[in-house]
Design a protein around this ligand. Structure first.
Ligand code: NAP
Length: 286
């Protein structure tokens, strides 16, 4: 999974002199919490802005066109193209989340590939010289917005937002003649979706995703015709992302259903750090 993570002010500003234009410890804390034990990909300028010092407990990858680039740290990987990073992301798929952590050039170049966006908006104007690029948000769906804590050390109004890429398979489904769905058919669709969700989890672990609370609620509302609305409340973004793909794959096969709206709802302030130990093992999150 490829995730963009950044903080910006209300004018899309993200940097000043190769540094962050603000000091917002709560945002840094969240960044650390989310990215721990995962992969960070950054542009050469951002890396140098950090004094060529990789953050601990995360694999750092620096992107540069300089094939002889010396990152000054033997644990840092150097890559020379977007494709190289994408191939790496494919290799670690399911095990690690690959976070594109800036700067402006990288957010633009990886735009077509993001599965998820984690944006912190600071409702304030700062001075600076680097801006988040033009970006097509219409292919993403905002699924969470949570106000950050404001206090002496974090003296701004700011918000954590999560977007996920809209269903990749939607629109491809064959539309058969519409017909009313019976209660029985709705139950069948529910079963298919739940079975598919169970498959997301390693069956050998025997994890019961519903009872463990990985999924809070699966709610179907039928209009008695062809639409099923499904509300799924999960604990964390990584889980929800896997689930969205899985659900759409299943829905693709359900020709009897004309339209299924899948709405993912996350509990505010729930993060992977707060998942139960079993849930974390099941999802391969350390
Ligand atoms: N607010 C935030 O969340 C946040 C996060 C990160 C960064 N920032 C800010 O963003 C600013 C830096 O952004 P930036 O756009 O100037 O620089 P950048 O994206 O950090 O780095 C750009 C460099 O990355 C390399 N690169 C880019 N595309 C490449 C490709 N396709 N293949 C190989 N190498 C590639 C090139 O390195 P070479 O020149 O060596 O070839 C290029 O000069 C800073 O102000 C920083 O503080 C803000």
């Amino acid at each position: 999974m490829l995730v963009a993570i950044w903080a910006q002010d209300k004018n899309n500003l993200i940097g000043q002199n190769n540094k962050l234009p603000w000091h917002l410890p709560e945002d840094l804390r969240r960044f650390k919490e989310l990215t721990q034990h995962n992969i960070l990909v950054m542009g050469r300028k951002t890396y140098e802005g950090m004094g060529k010092k990789p953050l601990p407990n995360r694999q750092t990858i620096v992107l540069t066109r300089d094939v002889n680039y010396d990152p000054g740290d033997q644990d840092v990987l150097v890559m020379n193209s977007v494709e190289e990073v994408l191939n790496y992301a494919k290799k670690v798929e399911g095990e690690k989340v690959v976070y594109i952590v800036g700067g402006a050039q990288l957010y633009k170049e990886f735009e077509p590939y993001f599965d998820q966006l984690l944006r912190t908006i600071i409702h304030h104007s700062f001075a600076g010289d680097a801006y988040f690029p033009e970006f097509n948000y219409s292919v993403f769906q905002k699924v969470e917005a949570e106000m950050g804590i404001k206090n002496e050390k974090n003296p701004y109004d700011y918000e954590f937002e999560t977007f996920i890429r809209k269903g990749k398979t939607s629109g491809k489904k064959t539309k058969k003649d519409l017909k009313e769905l019976t209660e029985e058919e709705i139950e069948k669709v529910k079963d298919k979706i739940l079975t598919a969700l169970e498959l997301v989890i390693d069956p050998e672990l025997g994890i019961d995703i519903v009872n463990l609370g990985l999924i809070y609620e699966v709610k179907f509302e039928s209009d008695g015709k062809t639409t099923i609305k499904m509300t799924l409340t999960t604990m964390g973004c990584p889980m929800a992302d896997v689930l969205t793909d899985q659900i759409h794959e299943v829905l693709e096969e359900l020709v009897e259903v004309h339209k299924v709206e899948v709405q993912l709802v996350w509990q505010p302030a729930w993060t992977t750090q707060r998942m139960s130990r079993y849930a974390r093992i099941a999802l391969g999150i350390r």
